[in-house]
Design a binder for this molecule. Structure first.
Ligand code: ADP
Ligand code: MG
Length: 722
């Protein structure tokens, strides 16, 4: 999943920023939560306490009201009439709108005065307020109760009225409107609101009865302890420990403060501040919201930052990655600009350098391959250990007629098996000896018959070191070149040099020999004629003169060869005619021997050369051809134009005895002959003449099959008269 660098960075940064943030956030949130809770609690406690004091004040004020009433001089006057007392009571009630009514009870416990005379005469000695007022402190503040008189919840206040001498004159009592208490609480609730707290305050007594509440219906009809499943002990604990109580019935959080007791006020009253639970949690909710927003912002900023950062980091890397894969797939890659950060720039520069080097290496490799493929040398390499062929260039392909694909990867033996020429070549090269003797760095020549022709090769065997380890030997490299033509040229050169030398020698000899020979012949003829009587010598003379003529003809040939330029006269020559003449000349003789002589001449361009010399050369070749045929056979004489090479080729082919290689090598050497009566000068003269004309005389021969002599004459030189 997190495969890409971008995803990894994003994950890492989010992790690195969010984890501490979460941690810090959690701790701050918790401490703030506690603090807000404490603050809230504190506010609730303070308000509860303040309100409790305020309630105590009300209680004290009301007790003071009644005390003042009890100290009224008229009331304390034992002689005061009932009317006077009523008047005083009326003044009291009208002055304090919070009282429903007031009454005066005589020392016997019977109501003597009341505001509207409805209960006068009622005995109240059994009433708690009466008993409390007369027995204890002389003043009494009752708990809330349901009044039968006013038909609503009320509180009764009562105080003993004492005369001048301290004797009890009766008890004064007033009924207090609980709404007044509620108003005070309502006033406080408003304050509570202004402090930022919702909710309300209420009063509950020790029994759990609600005694003041914004909802009047609950007063005295709702038991707080019962409704909340609280025992009075649990409630005491709540108050004592100042715990917050969560009232499940209406989902309110409440705190309680006890109203202090005072002489005459002996009630267990508790004031409660009640705040909706929801309101308690709202600061926390706000806090959570704030944190979420903060968190969101941080995530957003981090994400944007990381995305920016990752593209800053990743983009140049991506560029490199694309360039690398392009390069790997052989596409052209231009140098990349190092415009990112240091590390990647270094990488980019290295990449540029690497690609440049690789391209250069590739170029030089291609060049080497090209050289390898176009060179005249055959290049063959194989692994020394496995003998598998690793290099097989085009020259090898051409020489052995074997495709590179067939050779590469195969062992030498496998190649030998599938290709005869290769086998012959490897045998001739004695490569196995070289390998056996580890005779590397060897250069040598060897001969080989390939395609029915003798070829001479020059070879060099060496080793190529392993590319990764210079010490170890890896490939054996065999480089060879066909030097057959070179050798031929060399031989021709030697031959022509020999010819020149012999020519010069012969020129000197010939003159010296010819003159005495002429003299000898002349005398021989004279002797022959004068000695005519002796017939038995006649034959001897004839032989002698014939032999002398033969010597003369040899000398003539020698002279001609020695100084061939003498008597050179170039004429417009029709080669066809020359050949026809020779054919006509020799056909009868050939027929006699049972040899078939054929002539084939194509129309040829006229050339300028010494006709008689060409005649002599062709004649020499025809003579040799006829002499080579033992018994029947055929001799073909032909001439044609090779337009491609711009030469005229004259061919003399016979089906004679042919020549072995040793004879072939010696051809043209003066006096070399295999015939009993041969001079060994015919071919030498022919080579010389052809060379003079500017052409070439080539021989191919096979023992027992026949011989072909070919005269090649360059048209370009012979077409014009010089
Ligand atoms: P000669 O004919 O007097 O022997 P050449 O110079 O004409 O001298 O020939 C030299 C040798 O070359 C011959 O003796 C012969 O062995 C060989 N030779 C020349 N032509 C042929 C041929 N057509 N067939 C076989 N051998 C030949
Ligand atoms: Mg001859």
């Amino acid at each position: 999943m997190l495969k890409t660098l971008r995803a990894k960075l994003l994950f890492f940064f989010l992790f690195a920023t969010l984890l501490p943030l979460l941690f810090v956030g959690y701790i701050t949130f918790q401490s703030q939560k506690i603090e807000t809770n404490q603050q809230l609690q504190q506010t609730m406690y303070t308000m509860a306490d303040n309100l409790a004091i305020s309630i105590e004040e009300i209680v004290n004020e009301r007790m003071a009201d009644v005390t003042i009433l009890a100290n009224n001089t008229i009331l304390r006057d034992s002689t005061a009439t009932r009317e006077e007392i009523r008047e005083e009571l009326r003044i009291f009630v009208s002055a304090h709108s919070i009282y429903y009514g007031a009454l005066f009870v005589n020392p016997e416990g019977v109501v003597s005065v009341d505001l509207d005379n409805t209960i006068v005469g009622t005995d109240v000695t059994d009433r708690l307020w009466y008993q409390q007022a007369t027995n204890q402190n002389g003043i009494y503040f009752s708990d809330i109760f349901y009044s039968d008189v006013i038909h609503q919840p009320a509180i009764v206040l009562a105080s003993v009225v004492k005369g001048e001498d301290g004797e009890a004159l009766g008890v004064v009592s007033a009924i207090f409107d609980v709404n007044a208490l509620w108003e005070r609480l309502a006033h406080y609730s408003k304050q509570q609101k202004s402090h930022g707290l919702e909710g309300y305050a209420f009063l509950v007594n020790g029994r759990g009865d609600i005694i003041a509440h914004p909802n009047e219906n609950l007063i005295l009809s709702y038991n707080y302890l019962e409704q909340n499943d609280l025992t009075s002990d649990m409630f005491d604990g709540l108050v004592q420990n100042r715990n917050l109580f969560h009232s499940k019935s209406n989902d309110m959080i409440q705190t309680f403060s006890r109203i202090a007791k005072a002489p005459g006020f002996d009630n267990e009253w508790y004031l409660s501040i009640s705040v909706p639970n929801e309101r308690m949690n709202s600061p926390i909710k706000e806090l959570i919201l704030k944190y979420l927003v903060l968190f969101g912002c941080v995530v957003l900023i981090t994400s944007i930052g990381v995305i920016k950062l990752s593209s800053y980091i990743v983009k140049p890397l991506q560029k490199l990655v694309f360039a690398t894969s392009d390069f790997a797939f052989g596409k052209k890659v231009y140098p990349l600009a190092p415009d990112a950060y240091h590390e990647v720039d270094t990488l980019t520069r290295t990449f540029n350098m690497m690609t440049r080097r690789l391209v250069e290496r590739e170029k030089s490799h291609r060049k080497s391959t090209l050289i390898l493929e176009t060179t005249d040398n055959g290049v063959l390499a194989f692994q020394q250990s496995s003998q598998r062929v690793t290099t097989f260039n085009r020259q090898c392909e051409q020489l052995f007629g074997l495709a590179k694909e067939q050779a590469l990867g195969a062992t030498l033996d496998q190649v030998i098996e599938q290709n005869g020429a290769f086998k012959t070549f490897i045998d001739c090269s004695k490569l196995s000896d070289v390998l056996r003797n580890q005779d590397f760095n060897k250069k040598y020549e060897f001969e080989c018959y390939l395609g029915g022709q003798k070829r001479i090769f020059f070879a060099s065997v060496s080793t190529l070191p392993k590319l990764n380890n210079e010490e170890e030997l890896e490939d054996v490299l065999l480089i060879f070149i066909d030097i057959t033509d070179k050798r031929k040229i060399e031989q021709e050169l030697i031959r022509s040099e020999k010819l020149q030398l012999v020519g010069q020698l012969a020129a000197g000899f010939a003159h010296e020999i010819r003159n005495p020979l002429t003299t000898i012949r002349g005398f021989m003829q004279i002797f022959h004629q004068s000695d005519a009587t002796k017939d038995e010598h006649k034959v001897h003379y004839d032989v002698m003169i014939k032999e002398i003529d033969r010597v003369n003809s040899i000398i003539g040939e020698l002279l001609q060869m020695a100084n061939p330029k003498s008597g050179t006269s170039k004429t417009e020559t029709n080669i066809g005619e020359v050949l026809t003449d020779i054919h006509t000349l020799y056909e009868p003789e050939a027929n006699e021997q049972g040899i078939k002589m054929r002539l084939q001449v194509e129309p040829l361009p006229t050339v300028y050369l010494d006709r008689s010399k060409l005649h002599q050369v062709v004649m020499n070749l025809v003579k040799n051809g006829l002499e080579a045929i033992d018994g029947s056979g055929s001799l073909a004489l032909s001439a044609y134009e090779n337009t491609e090479r711009e030469i005229i080729e004259i061919k003399v082919e016979d089906t004679g005895i042919g020549m072995n290689p040793q004879t072939m090598e010696k051809l043209g050497t003066p006096f070399f002959t295999t015939k009993e009566t041969g001079t060994g000068l015919g071919l030498m003269t022919s080579f010389r003449i052809v060379e003079e004309i500017g052409g070439k005389l080539l021989v191919t021969s096979k023992e027992g099959v026949g011989t072909t002599f070919m005269i090649q004459l360059p048209l370009y030189e012979l077409k014009m008269y010089r």
